[in-house]
Design a protein around this ligand. Structure first.
Ligand code: ADP
Ligand code: ADP
Length: 225
């Protein structure tokens, strides 16, 4: 059985259906890209998985357990947004430690874990800086560290590279992939950029108009007649 199994998921905003029957299976440790045009429902799907918005039906089984009835903080999910969403009045170290404070992890253990993830994203020397003193790429690495420090069971990346310039984008995508492999972390990476999807993922899930239209590895999807 697959590690993440989304079955018959549907979601409307008011009377507007965004998607009505989403089915996706992902194996443990897999990195999949959810690729589709702007507005097709990718962010909404991630927000449903994370519990940031309520679903109208269906199941989200993670390791055999349905996430739908669970509050977001119990789901064990890490999420990174295009906009970084860092707290401007907190240092890098405080931003990363924030999720651990919420989980009441003891201080000594928390600082050890924060130091570990800052090393992983190569920001150990920036622990006492504030977000406005960092570049966009560095901010996104802080956001990544903040999501990893809670040791999530599933990582959701919502267009994490879109706000960055091309050179940084390429470097950071390699770094994200290397970290994901090292941690064996099951990951969904959302993008509207076909090239990004092609170079990054084990499997691409194509979404359009609120539906999964195709799914497979890059070769199968793009060499088919
Ligand atoms: P994508 O991530 O693929 O760009 P979204 O999931 O952000 O797509 O949006 C899908 C559709 O849902 C869009 O038409 C968007 O305007 C709409 N939408 C997103 N969030 C809301 C909301 N909170 N209320 C109403 N409509 C929304
Ligand atoms: P993205 O495409 O990067 O996911 P959007 O610009 O679609 O972001 O949405 C930004 C925010 O606005 C989100 O919180 C989304 O839920 C909300 N939103 C988007 N479209 C609508 C809408 N039609 N009505 C209400 N809220 C919306």
């Amino acid at each position: 059985m697959s590690y993440l199994n989304i079955r018959g998921l549907h979601k409307s905003y008011g009377a507007t259906p965004i998607f009505t029957d989403i089915n996706i299976e992902i194996g443990q440790g897999q990195f999949i890209t959810l690729l589709g045009p702007s507005g097709c429902g990718k962010s909404t799907l991630l927000r449903c998985i994370a519990g940031l918005t309520a679903v109208d039906g269906g199941q989200i089984l993670l390791d055999g357990e349905d996430l739908v009835p669970m509050p977001p903080q119990k789901r064990g999910i890490g999420m990174v947004f295009q906009s970084y969403a860092l707290f401007p009045n907190m240092t890098v170290q405080q931003n990363v430690a924030f999720g651990l404070r919420m989980q009441k992890v003891p201080a000594a253990e928390a600082s050890k874990r924060v130091a570990e993830v800052l090393e992983l994203v190569e920001l150990s020397d920036y622990a006492n800086r504030y977000p406005q003193q960092l570049s966009g790429g560095q901010c996104q690495r802080v956001a990544l560290a903040r999501s990893l420090v809670t040791r999530p069971r599933l990582l959701l990346l919502d267009e994490p590279l879109s706000a960055l310039d091309a050179r940084i984008r390429k470097h950071l995508r390699e770094q994200i992939r290397a970290i994901q492999r090292e941690l064996g972390l099951t990951t969904i990476f959302v993008t509207h950029d076909q090239e990004e999807a092609l170079v990054l993922s084990d499997r691409i899930v194509l979404m359009n108009g609120g539906q999964i239209v195709q799914s497979g590895d890059a070769e199968t999807l793009y060499t088919a007649p």
